[in-house]
Design a protein around this ligand. Structure first.
Ligand code: PGA
Length: 264
């Protein structure tokens, strides 16, 4: 079964309501009628999720992702928003983004609980994995982390995120490979490097589940992807899409990334 490319725009903590709505309308105008088989999702800041949903209207092309959510439906958890509350609004949820891992807002345990709860509620988890910051610091002294360091770090994250997830559910998980040193730095990881890491991630998924499931699992790349470099990643057979930060805040630029993967 071919893997449908997926391009996700993560607006992070940007945009006021007016700009969010305008960007949503622009995206709808540019991408709403796209016929090709590429899945597209936008992760707006939480308060703008419903207004963006309204701006997208009935378009089938544009879906929504949550930037985060906690397991459960209701509870005495001041400040939290649950998977259950978001279930009718989003198709995807980002889990374990490095900006949350690094601030220790998310741990391996909370990430694992979120993945399981999202699956239970039929929200597709997009599990972000990437080299931790101490490797990044080391990398500043002597280049990148070694392949071995990076791999063991990422596999540990993956293993712990998927702990207890049933084999047959694993193919519903999307994995985003996001090396921390490439996020919002304007220094994307080279496509060659990403291809190797994605292939090793796929082997790790096969070990946790099966070759067939790994072959069906979508693995995205994220880290300074933009309209100019997207085609270089889309050209690699193992890279199934992109998780886009900065460039997703410019609808035209984001549309270029989508177009690169649409012609995959
Ligand atoms: P960036 O962010 O595209 O701005 O590097 C990517 C991400 O944080 O997922």
């Amino acid at each position: 079964m071919p893997r449908t490319p997926l391009v996700v725009g993560n607006w992070k903590m940007h945009f006021d309501l007016d700009r969010a709505t305008k960007a949503a309308i622009q995206l709808k105008n540019v991408l709403g009628d796209l016929k090709s088989s590429v899945d597209i999702a936008i992760a707006p800041p939480l308060p703008w999720l419903v207004p963006v949903e309204a701006a997208f209207g009935r378009t089938q092309r544009l879906e929504l992702a949550a930037q985060d959510a906690v397991p459960g439906t209701e509870g005495n958890e001041t400040g939290s928003v649950s998977m259950g509350m978001l279930r009718d609004h989003v198709r995807y949820v980002l889990i374990g983004h490095s900006e949350r891992r690094l601030g220790k807002i998310d741990t391996h345990e909370t990430i694992n609980a979120k993945v399981k709860d999202a699956l239970r509620r039929k929200i597709t988890p997009i599990v972000c994995v990437g080299e931790f910051v101490h490797l990044y610091d080391r990398s500043r002294r002597r280049g990148r982390p070694t392949k071995l360091e990076a791999e063991s770090n990422i596999f540990m994250q993956l293993r712990r995120a998927l702990r207890g997830v049933k084999r047959e559910e694993m193919s519903k998980v999307v994995v985003a490979y996001e090396p921390v040193w490439a996020i919002d730095t304007g220094t994307p990881a080279e496509p060659d490097y990403v291809e190797i890491m994605v292939a090793t991630l796929r082997r790790a998924i096969a070990k946790l589940s099966s070759k067939r499931i790994a072959a069906n699992t979508r693995i995205l790349y994220g880290g300074s992807v933009n309209g100019k470099n997207a085609a270089d990643y889309a050209a690699r057979p193992g890279i199934d899409g992109a998780l886009v930060g900065s460039a997703s805040r410019d609808p035209k630029e984001f549309a270029k990334v989508v177009a690169a993967f649409a012609s995959k």
